[in-house]
Write a protein that binds this ligand. Structure first.
Ligand code: FMN
Length: 351
């Protein structure tokens, strides 16, 4: 096994991070990973500060070890009534299919960490060992305030430009998220040109061009993949999709079945579900929106519509529209308890 990177020594972890996954990761999953020597992560980005505090309390009751708390730093949606109506009209046949009311207006269902100070204050009080940012970075003073409370900070970057912005904001380490990754792409500006860099290329770019530890994320499913990332200069690897089939995750039976079927081989990066590019298993929603129709409403307005449609379909036992976020490595996901998966990853890494 390679010599431990100072990043891992500082947090007293193996070079394995369980990715924060809003709606999928749980305090039980994070605690199991941390107890097994990795860094578990909580994904309260979609919730309130009070919900985040509750998740932290639940994780603390299950592990004395370090874990990460992830927040969303997206810019507020630019409202466009015409585009939002056009998007709803595009989805109207699906709502009609399930006898559901087409929403008359769309709402910003996720509040950004940058909008108000409740989440910042809660984190400074609770002092989790690590806080990570997705979709952007907070102002330098807020990063410094977290650090002054003893918190280690991470930021996702999908390009060297974003990495430099994160470095300028003073974060401690970068999560290099490649195009293979499952879930939402952490792009700071979803409208910006996207080079769609692979994890391997992005890790090398960031290792060579920034002074911060780089964590590789995207398509890493086993110890062999983690070792390859470390060989590229990464300090650690962040795995999301690999942990979805753990019994401790919140994934429902339909999600688990999709990941264990041949559908897992077909993932797509799409903005249709939420308004921001995200990778998930191809479903009817994605297929319908892929080649035709207007541009999706802005994030997270489009997600408001999609979630209402998913709920209407789900209530009738139909999962054709559900967001089964997963990376390109999905066919390699293993269904086993998180502690057992961690033991496999560590053993494969050392082999
Ligand atoms: N990253 C975040 O920073 N915050 C999230 O809330 C978040 N939710 C995710 C949900 C799912 C189901 C998945 C699969 C990924 C999510 N991600 C999120 C992205 C991960 O942090 C990470 O970049 C990705 O899982 C790495 O690729 P992999 O899935 O191929 O391992």
């Amino acid at each position: 096994m390679p010599v431990s990177h100072p990043f891992c020594t500082r947090l007293d972890i193996q070079p394995i991070i369980q990715a924060p996954m809003a709606g999928v990761s749980t305090p039980q999953l994070a605690a199991a990973v941390s107890n097994a020597g990795g860094l578990g992560s909580l994904g309260p980005g979609a919730g309130t500060a009070a919900q985040g505090r509750e998740m932290i309390a639940q994780a603390r009751a299950l592990t004395p070890r370090a874990f990460n708390v992830n927040v969303f730093c997206h810019a507020p949606a630019v409202r466009n009534a015409q585009a939002e109506s056009a998007w709803l009209a595009h989805l109207a046949p699906f709502f009609a299919e399930f006898g559901a009311q087409l929403p008359t207006a769309l709402h910003e269902i996720y509040r950004s960490f940058l909008d108000g100070s409740e989440m910042l204050e809660m984190l400074i009080e609770e002092k989790p060992a690590v806080v990570s940012f997705h979709f952007g970075v907070p102002p330098r003073e807020q990063v410094a305030a977290l650090q002054a409370a003893g918190i280690y900070t991470l930021a996702s970057a999908t390009s060297l430009r974003e990495a430099r912005q994160a470095e300028a904001a003073g974060v401690d380490a970068l999560v290099a998220q490649g195009i293979e990754a499952g879930g939402h792409r952490g792009m700071f500006d979803p409208e910006a040109e996207d080079e769609k860099l692979s994890t391997a290329v992005l890790v090398r770019w960031l290792v060579k061009n920034t002074a911060l530890p780089v964590i590789a994320a995207g398509g890493i499913m086993d110890g062999q993949g983690i070792r390859a990332a470390l060989d590229l200069g990464a300090a650690a690897a962040q795995l999301g999709t690999a942990f979805i089939l753990c019994p401790e995750s919140a994934a429902n039976a339909a999600y688990r079945a999709a990941l264990q079927s041949e559908r897992a081989a077909h993932t797509r990066l799409t903005a249709a579900l939420s308004g921001r590019p995200a990778r998930g298993v191809v479903n009817r929603f994605i297929a319908h929106c892929e080649n035709a129709g207007p541009a999706p409403a802005a994030y997270p307005l489009a997600y408001d519509a999609a979630k209402q449609l998913m709920a209407a379909a789900g209530a009738q036992g139909n999962h054709d529209f559900a967001a089964f976020w997963a990376g390109q490595g999905a066919p390699l996901a293993r269904a086993m308890p998180a502690a057992q998966l961690m033991a496999c990853l560590v053993e494969e890494l050392a082999a």
